[in-house]
Design a binder for this molecule. Structure first.
Ligand code: TMP
Length: 204
C-alpha cells in the first residue's frame, strides 16, 4: 500500500473528532493528499447503518447484532473509500476503526475479542492502521463533555465506559508500536502538538 493509514481512538468526549480534523488540515497544508473519514459512517450505506446503531429506540439490539453492524459499516467504507485512497498513495485519517469494536463490544460488552479480530479481518480484508492515536481522558471528564441528547452507546452506565477505557489500555499493551497514547491537555493546541510530533515521523 502506497499511502498511510492513521486512525484515532478514544472514549466518549475526548475531543477525537476535533483533533483528527486539525491533523488532516495540518497535513493538507504541508502538501499531502488527505482523505478524512469517520466510523461508523463515511459512505451512504455506512451512514445508514450508523443511524440504526446509535438510535436510542433500538434498545433491543443484541450484542451480536451490534458488533456485526459495526463490521458491516466498516466493510463498506474500507472497500469504497479507504483502500482505494491508500492504493493511490493518499493519507487516510479515520476517526475510529477496528480497535473501537474491540474496546466497546469486546472489552465493554464481553463479546469474544478473538472472534472480533477474526470477523474484523474479513470485513477489512486484513487492512491495519500504520499508526493509531489513542486520546486519553478520564472517563467522567469525557462524559460531561457530551451533548445533551445522548445516543444509544453514550447512554450506557459509567461502569461500561470505564471497561471500554481499560480495554483500550490493554490494546496499547498488546501493540505498543502501533497504538500511541496521547493525554488530552486542557489546551487543545498542546494536544495537537503532541499528535503532530508522533505523526510527522510516520508520514515523512
Ligand atoms: P463517535 O461518537 O466517535 O462518532 O462514535 C459513535 C459511537 O459508536 C461511539 O459511542 C463509539 C461507538 N462505536 C462502537 O461502539 N464500536 C465501534 O466499532 C465504533 C466504530 C464505534
Amino acid at each position: 500500500m502506497k499511502g498511510k493509514f492513521i486512525t484515532f481512538e478514544g472514549s466518549e468526549g475526548c475531543g477525537k473528532s476535533t483533533q483528527s480534523k486539525l491533523l488532516a488540515a495540518h497535513l493538507q497544508r504541508k502538501g499531502f493528499s488527505v482523505v478524512y473519514v469517520r466510523e461508523p459512517g463515511g459512505t451512504r450505506i455506512s451512514e445508514k447503518i450508523r443511524k440504526i446503531l446509535l438510535d436510542p429506540e433500538n434498545r433491543l439490539m443484541s450484542e451480536a447484532c451490534e458488533m456485526l453492524l459495526y463490521m458491516a459499516a466498516r466493510a463498506q467504507i474500507v472497500k469504497e473509500i479507504v483502500r482505494p485512497a491508500l492504493l493511490s498513495g493518499k493519507i487516510v485519517i479515520c476517526d475510529r476503526f477496528l480497535d473501537s469494536t474491540l474496546a466497546y463490544q469486546g472489552y465493554g460488552l464481553g463479546v469474544d475479542t478473538g472472534l472480533i479480530r477474526q470477523i474484523g479481518g474479513f470485513a477489512t480484508a486484513g487492512l491495519k492502521p500504520d499508526l493509531t492515536i489513542f486520546l486519553d481522558l478520564p472517563v467522567k471528564k469525557g462524559l460531561v463533555h457530551r451533548k445533551f441528547t445522548k445516543d444509544r452507546i453514550e447512554r450506557r452506565p459509567l461502569g461500561y465506559h470505564v471497561k471500554v477505557r481499560n480495554g483500550y489500555l490493554k490494546l496499547i499493551r498488546l501493540e505498543p508500536r502501533r497504538i500511541k497514547l496521547v493525554k488530552v491537555e486542557k489546551d487543545l493546541k498542546n494536544t495537537q502538538e503532541k499528535i503532530r510530533g508522533l505523526v510527522d515521523k510516520y508520514v515523512i
